[in-house]
Write a protein that binds this ligand. Structure first.
Ligand code: SF4
Length: 325
Protein backbone atom coordinates (compact mmCIF):
# COMPACT_ATOMS: atom_id res chain seq x y z
CA UNK A 1 0.00 0.00 0.00
CA UNK A 2 1.50 3.44 -0.94
CA UNK A 3 2.61 5.59 2.04
CA UNK A 4 -0.02 8.32 1.38
CA UNK A 5 -2.84 5.76 1.37
CA UNK A 6 -1.48 4.25 4.60
CA UNK A 7 -1.32 7.69 6.26
CA UNK A 8 -4.90 8.66 5.34
CA UNK A 9 -6.18 5.20 6.24
CA UNK A 10 -4.57 5.51 9.70
CA UNK A 11 -6.12 8.96 10.12
CA UNK A 12 -9.55 7.57 9.19
CA UNK A 13 -9.20 4.70 11.69
CA UNK A 14 -8.39 7.20 14.48
CA UNK A 15 -11.25 9.53 13.55
CA UNK A 16 -13.66 6.62 13.32
CA UNK A 17 -12.93 5.68 16.93
CA UNK A 18 -13.13 9.28 18.09
CA UNK A 19 -16.56 10.02 16.58
CA UNK A 20 -18.00 6.51 17.02
CA UNK A 21 -18.51 5.64 13.37
CA UNK A 22 -18.99 2.43 11.41
CA UNK A 23 -17.88 2.40 7.79
CA UNK A 24 -20.05 0.49 5.30
CA UNK A 25 -18.70 0.02 1.78
CA UNK A 26 -20.28 -1.37 -1.38
CA UNK A 27 -18.35 -3.94 -3.40
CA UNK A 28 -18.05 -1.35 -6.20
CA UNK A 29 -15.82 0.92 -4.11
CA UNK A 30 -12.04 0.99 -4.69
CA UNK A 31 -10.14 -1.79 -2.86
CA UNK A 32 -8.46 0.69 -0.48
CA UNK A 33 -11.93 1.80 0.73
CA UNK A 34 -13.24 -1.76 1.05
CA UNK A 35 -10.08 -2.59 3.01
CA UNK A 36 -10.91 0.13 5.56
CA UNK A 37 -14.58 -0.71 5.91
CA UNK A 38 -16.11 -2.48 8.91
CA UNK A 39 -18.71 -4.05 6.65
CA UNK A 40 -18.65 -4.67 2.90
CA UNK A 41 -21.56 -5.97 0.87
CA UNK A 42 -24.10 -5.62 -1.89
CA UNK A 43 -27.16 -3.36 -1.48
CA UNK A 44 -29.23 -5.99 0.32
CA UNK A 45 -26.51 -7.00 2.78
CA UNK A 46 -25.60 -3.38 3.52
CA UNK A 47 -29.25 -2.38 4.06
CA UNK A 48 -29.70 -5.27 6.49
CA UNK A 49 -26.36 -4.75 8.25
CA UNK A 50 -27.07 -1.02 8.64
CA UNK A 51 -29.93 -1.89 11.02
CA UNK A 52 -27.52 -3.75 13.33
CA UNK A 53 -24.92 -0.98 13.62
CA UNK A 54 -24.51 0.17 17.23
CA UNK A 55 -22.33 3.27 16.74
CA UNK A 56 -24.11 6.68 16.48
CA UNK A 57 -22.57 7.46 13.07
CA UNK A 58 -22.60 5.49 9.79
CA UNK A 59 -20.26 6.49 6.96
CA UNK A 60 -21.79 5.03 3.82
CA UNK A 61 -19.28 4.49 1.03
CA UNK A 62 -21.57 3.96 -1.93
CA UNK A 63 -24.01 6.16 -3.83
CA UNK A 64 -26.80 8.46 -2.64
CA UNK A 65 -29.73 6.02 -2.84
CA UNK A 66 -27.79 3.54 -0.68
CA UNK A 67 -27.00 6.12 2.00
CA UNK A 68 -30.66 7.23 1.94
CA UNK A 69 -31.71 3.60 2.44
CA UNK A 70 -29.39 3.32 5.45
CA UNK A 71 -30.91 6.52 6.90
CA UNK A 72 -34.50 5.34 6.34
CA UNK A 73 -33.77 2.09 8.16
CA UNK A 74 -31.88 3.94 10.93
CA UNK A 75 -33.71 7.23 11.48
CA UNK A 76 -31.89 7.98 14.72
CA UNK A 77 -28.38 7.54 13.35
CA UNK A 78 -26.24 10.15 11.67
CA UNK A 79 -25.55 8.88 8.14
CA UNK A 80 -22.68 10.49 6.23
CA UNK A 81 -22.01 10.14 2.50
CA UNK A 82 -18.45 11.18 1.56
CA UNK A 83 -19.60 12.73 -1.74
CA UNK A 84 -23.29 13.72 -2.02
CA UNK A 85 -22.96 14.00 -5.81
CA UNK A 86 -22.49 10.21 -6.06
CA UNK A 87 -25.65 9.43 -8.02
CA UNK A 88 -26.73 6.53 -10.23
CA UNK A 89 -27.88 6.33 -13.86
CA UNK A 90 -30.70 3.97 -12.87
CA UNK A 91 -32.06 6.48 -10.36
CA UNK A 92 -31.90 9.23 -13.01
CA UNK A 93 -33.79 7.08 -15.50
CA UNK A 94 -36.95 7.02 -13.38
CA UNK A 95 -38.15 10.50 -12.33
CA UNK A 96 -40.92 10.12 -9.70
CA UNK A 97 -43.41 12.46 -11.42
CA UNK A 98 -43.08 10.46 -14.65
CA UNK A 99 -43.65 7.20 -12.78
CA UNK A 100 -46.69 8.62 -10.94
CA UNK A 101 -48.24 9.71 -14.26
CA UNK A 102 -47.60 6.30 -15.81
CA UNK A 103 -49.15 4.49 -12.82
CA UNK A 104 -52.18 6.78 -13.06
CA UNK A 105 -52.54 6.02 -16.77
CA UNK A 106 -52.44 2.26 -16.07
CA UNK A 107 -55.11 2.62 -13.36
CA UNK A 108 -57.33 4.69 -15.65
CA UNK A 109 -57.06 1.86 -18.17
CA UNK A 110 -58.31 -0.60 -15.57
CA UNK A 111 -54.98 -2.42 -15.11
CA UNK A 112 -54.59 -4.13 -11.75
CA UNK A 113 -50.89 -4.07 -10.92
CA UNK A 114 -48.28 -3.82 -8.21
CA UNK A 115 -45.10 -1.81 -8.64
CA UNK A 116 -41.88 -3.71 -7.92
CA UNK A 117 -38.96 -1.32 -7.71
CA UNK A 118 -35.25 -2.04 -7.83
CA UNK A 119 -33.49 -0.49 -4.84
CA UNK A 120 -31.46 1.67 -7.27
CA UNK A 121 -34.17 4.33 -7.22
CA UNK A 122 -34.96 7.60 -5.46
CA UNK A 123 -36.84 7.72 -2.16
CA UNK A 124 -39.82 9.32 -3.95
CA UNK A 125 -39.97 6.39 -6.38
CA UNK A 126 -39.73 3.90 -3.48
CA UNK A 127 -42.65 5.72 -1.84
CA UNK A 128 -44.73 5.08 -5.00
CA UNK A 129 -43.95 1.33 -4.87
CA UNK A 130 -45.43 -1.82 -3.38
CA UNK A 131 -42.11 -3.63 -3.12
CA UNK A 132 -38.43 -2.67 -3.20
CA UNK A 133 -36.03 -5.39 -4.33
CA UNK A 134 -32.31 -5.93 -4.78
CA UNK A 135 -30.69 -8.34 -7.20
CA UNK A 136 -30.38 -10.63 -4.12
CA UNK A 137 -34.11 -10.92 -3.26
CA UNK A 138 -35.91 -9.86 -6.46
CA UNK A 139 -36.70 -13.39 -7.64
CA UNK A 140 -38.11 -14.34 -4.24
CA UNK A 141 -40.36 -11.25 -4.09
CA UNK A 142 -41.64 -11.73 -7.64
CA UNK A 143 -42.32 -15.44 -7.08
CA UNK A 144 -43.72 -15.32 -3.56
CA UNK A 145 -44.91 -11.85 -2.62
CA UNK A 146 -46.80 -10.36 -5.53
CA UNK A 147 -50.24 -12.02 -5.70
CA UNK A 148 -50.87 -13.84 -8.98
CA UNK A 149 -53.91 -11.69 -9.84
CA UNK A 150 -51.73 -8.56 -10.14
CA UNK A 151 -49.65 -7.54 -13.13
CA UNK A 152 -46.14 -6.36 -12.28
CA UNK A 153 -44.80 -2.95 -13.22
CA UNK A 154 -41.03 -3.35 -12.80
CA UNK A 155 -38.91 -0.19 -12.50
CA UNK A 156 -36.37 1.15 -13.31
CA UNK A 157 -33.98 -1.54 -14.65
CA UNK A 158 -35.33 -3.08 -17.86
CA UNK A 159 -32.53 -5.70 -17.99
CA UNK A 160 -33.07 -7.01 -14.47
CA UNK A 161 -36.82 -6.99 -15.16
CA UNK A 162 -36.39 -8.94 -18.40
CA UNK A 163 -34.17 -11.48 -16.63
CA UNK A 164 -36.77 -11.87 -13.83
CA UNK A 165 -39.52 -12.38 -16.41
CA UNK A 166 -37.48 -15.19 -17.89
CA UNK A 167 -36.62 -17.02 -14.67
CA UNK A 168 -40.01 -16.62 -12.97
CA UNK A 169 -42.22 -16.83 -16.08
CA UNK A 170 -44.15 -13.77 -14.83
CA UNK A 171 -44.87 -11.21 -17.53
CA UNK A 172 -44.00 -7.63 -16.58
CA UNK A 173 -44.48 -4.09 -17.75
CA UNK A 174 -40.86 -2.90 -17.96
CA UNK A 175 -39.58 0.63 -17.37
CA UNK A 176 -36.96 1.73 -19.87
CA UNK A 177 -34.01 2.31 -17.47
CA UNK A 178 -30.53 0.84 -17.35
CA UNK A 179 -27.17 1.01 -15.56
CA UNK A 180 -24.56 2.92 -17.56
CA UNK A 181 -21.85 0.44 -16.47
CA UNK A 182 -23.61 -2.88 -17.09
CA UNK A 183 -25.23 -1.60 -20.29
CA UNK A 184 -21.96 -1.25 -22.19
CA UNK A 185 -19.97 -4.43 -21.72
CA UNK A 186 -18.39 -5.38 -24.99
CA UNK A 187 -19.90 -8.67 -26.19
CA UNK A 188 -17.19 -8.86 -28.83
CA UNK A 189 -14.44 -8.71 -26.17
CA UNK A 190 -16.32 -11.17 -23.98
CA UNK A 191 -16.44 -13.69 -26.84
CA UNK A 192 -12.75 -13.13 -27.54
CA UNK A 193 -11.94 -13.76 -23.87
CA UNK A 194 -14.02 -16.94 -23.82
CA UNK A 195 -12.05 -18.20 -26.83
CA UNK A 196 -8.70 -17.30 -25.20
CA UNK A 197 -9.68 -19.03 -21.91
CA UNK A 198 -11.71 -22.07 -22.98
CA UNK A 199 -12.01 -23.51 -19.44
CA UNK A 200 -13.14 -20.23 -17.88
CA UNK A 201 -16.59 -19.71 -16.34
CA UNK A 202 -18.40 -16.46 -17.14
CA UNK A 203 -20.26 -14.60 -14.39
CA UNK A 204 -22.66 -11.77 -15.23
CA UNK A 205 -24.75 -9.38 -13.14
CA UNK A 206 -28.47 -9.38 -14.04
CA UNK A 207 -28.23 -5.62 -14.76
CA UNK A 208 -26.40 -6.65 -18.00
CA UNK A 209 -28.40 -6.77 -21.24
CA UNK A 210 -29.65 -10.11 -22.57
CA UNK A 211 -26.86 -10.29 -25.20
CA UNK A 212 -24.30 -10.52 -22.34
CA UNK A 213 -26.41 -12.74 -20.04
CA UNK A 214 -26.86 -15.18 -22.91
CA UNK A 215 -23.12 -15.97 -22.79
CA UNK A 216 -22.91 -16.38 -18.99
CA UNK A 217 -22.47 -19.63 -17.09
CA UNK A 218 -23.86 -17.94 -14.00
CA UNK A 219 -26.12 -14.90 -13.55
CA UNK A 220 -26.36 -13.34 -10.10
CA UNK A 221 -25.81 -10.26 -7.95
CA UNK A 222 -22.46 -9.61 -6.32
CA UNK A 223 -23.18 -11.51 -3.08
CA UNK A 224 -24.38 -14.51 -5.11
CA UNK A 225 -21.21 -14.33 -7.26
CA UNK A 226 -19.06 -14.69 -4.14
CA UNK A 227 -20.96 -17.79 -3.06
CA UNK A 228 -20.73 -19.23 -6.57
CA UNK A 229 -16.92 -18.91 -6.86
CA UNK A 230 -16.43 -20.16 -3.29
CA UNK A 231 -18.12 -23.35 -4.46
CA UNK A 232 -15.19 -24.11 -6.79
CA UNK A 233 -12.52 -25.94 -4.74
CA UNK A 234 -9.97 -26.12 -7.56
CA UNK A 235 -8.25 -22.99 -8.98
CA UNK A 236 -10.51 -21.74 -11.77
CA UNK A 237 -10.56 -18.79 -14.15
CA UNK A 238 -13.67 -16.59 -14.08
CA UNK A 239 -14.58 -13.93 -16.64
CA UNK A 240 -16.59 -11.31 -14.74
CA UNK A 241 -19.18 -8.92 -16.19
CA UNK A 242 -19.91 -6.49 -13.38
CA UNK A 243 -18.29 -3.32 -11.99
CA UNK A 244 -14.56 -4.17 -11.93
CA UNK A 245 -13.92 -3.15 -8.28
CA UNK A 246 -15.83 -6.34 -7.45
CA UNK A 247 -12.71 -8.24 -8.50
CA UNK A 248 -10.86 -6.91 -5.43
CA UNK A 249 -13.44 -8.62 -3.18
CA UNK A 250 -13.49 -11.83 -5.24
CA UNK A 251 -9.67 -12.06 -5.21
CA UNK A 252 -9.54 -11.39 -1.46
CA UNK A 253 -12.11 -14.09 -0.68
CA UNK A 254 -10.82 -16.73 -3.10
CA UNK A 255 -7.14 -16.08 -3.94
CA UNK A 256 -6.91 -19.56 -5.52
CA UNK A 257 -8.94 -18.35 -8.51
CA UNK A 258 -8.13 -16.01 -11.41
CA UNK A 259 -10.60 -13.26 -12.27
CA UNK A 260 -10.69 -11.40 -15.58
CA UNK A 261 -12.87 -8.28 -16.02
CA UNK A 262 -14.89 -7.83 -19.21
CA UNK A 263 -14.04 -4.41 -20.71
CA UNK A 264 -16.63 -1.84 -21.73
CA UNK A 265 -17.24 -0.68 -25.30
CA UNK A 266 -16.06 2.87 -24.65
CA UNK A 267 -13.77 2.43 -21.64
CA UNK A 268 -11.46 -0.52 -20.95
CA UNK A 269 -11.86 -0.39 -17.16
CA UNK A 270 -15.63 0.29 -17.21
CA UNK A 271 -15.72 1.55 -13.60
CA UNK A 272 -18.79 3.31 -12.21
CA UNK A 273 -18.03 7.05 -12.27
CA UNK A 274 -20.52 7.68 -9.44
CA UNK A 275 -18.95 5.17 -7.07
CA UNK A 276 -15.52 6.59 -7.96
CA UNK A 277 -16.46 9.98 -6.46
CA UNK A 278 -15.85 8.62 -2.96
CA UNK A 279 -12.17 8.84 -2.02
CA UNK A 280 -10.12 8.29 1.12
CA UNK A 281 -9.66 12.07 1.47
CA UNK A 282 -13.44 12.63 1.35
CA UNK A 283 -14.04 9.87 3.92
CA UNK A 284 -11.54 11.53 6.25
CA UNK A 285 -13.09 14.96 5.70
CA UNK A 286 -16.66 13.80 6.31
CA UNK A 287 -15.55 12.26 9.62
CA UNK A 288 -13.76 15.50 10.54
CA UNK A 289 -16.69 17.77 9.59
CA UNK A 290 -19.67 15.55 10.41
CA UNK A 291 -21.01 16.22 6.90
CA UNK A 292 -22.29 15.79 4.19
CA UNK A 293 -25.14 14.26 6.16
CA UNK A 294 -28.29 12.54 4.82
CA UNK A 295 -31.19 14.47 6.33
CA UNK A 296 -34.73 13.15 6.70
CA UNK A 297 -36.98 13.98 3.74
CA UNK A 298 -40.83 13.85 3.83
CA UNK A 299 -40.91 11.02 1.27
CA UNK A 300 -38.77 8.84 3.58
CA UNK A 301 -41.84 8.24 5.82
CA UNK A 302 -43.63 6.14 3.20
CA UNK A 303 -40.49 4.75 1.51
CA UNK A 304 -39.12 3.33 4.75
CA UNK A 305 -42.29 1.24 5.29
CA UNK A 306 -41.97 -0.25 1.79
CA UNK A 307 -38.27 -0.93 2.40
CA UNK A 308 -38.81 -2.55 5.78
CA UNK A 309 -41.65 -4.73 4.49
CA UNK A 310 -39.61 -5.83 1.45
CA UNK A 311 -36.11 -6.27 2.85
CA UNK A 312 -36.37 -6.78 6.59
CA UNK A 313 -39.74 -8.30 7.51
CA UNK A 314 -41.33 -9.71 4.36
CA UNK A 315 -44.85 -10.94 5.20
CA UNK A 316 -45.50 -14.68 5.19
CA UNK A 317 -48.44 -14.21 2.83
CA UNK A 318 -48.70 -11.74 -0.03
CA UNK A 319 -51.56 -9.53 1.12
CA UNK A 320 -50.36 -6.02 0.37
CA UNK A 321 -52.60 -3.27 -0.95
CA UNK A 322 -51.20 -1.86 -4.20
CA UNK A 323 -49.55 1.56 -3.85
CA UNK A 324 -52.01 4.36 -4.43
CA UNK A 325 -55.05 2.10 -3.95
S1 SF4 B 1 -22.82 0.66 -11.19
FE1 SF4 B 1 -24.68 1.30 -12.32
S2 SF4 B 1 -26.36 0.80 -10.93
FE2 SF4 B 1 -24.45 0.82 -9.69
S3 SF4 B 1 -24.31 2.93 -8.90
FE3 SF4 B 1 -23.11 2.86 -10.82
S4 SF4 B 1 -24.58 3.56 -12.38
FE4 SF4 B 1 -25.79 2.98 -10.58
Amino acid sequence: MPAVVEDISAEIRDLKKKVGATILAHYYQEGEIQELADITGDSLKLAREATKVESPVIVFCGVLFMAETAKMLNPKKKVLLPDPKAGCSLVDSCPPDKLARYQEMLRENGRKFQTVTYINSSAKVKALSDWVVTSGNAEDVVRNMVPAEYEILFVPDQHLGRYLQEVTGRPMILWNGSCMVHEIFSVQDLLKMKKQHPGAKTLAHPECPANVLGHADYVGGTEAMIKYVEGYAEPTTFIVATEPNMLWQLERRTPRHTFLPVPGITCACNKCPHMALNTLEKIRDCLLNGSPEITWQPEFDKAKDVLARSLLNPPATAKVQPAGD
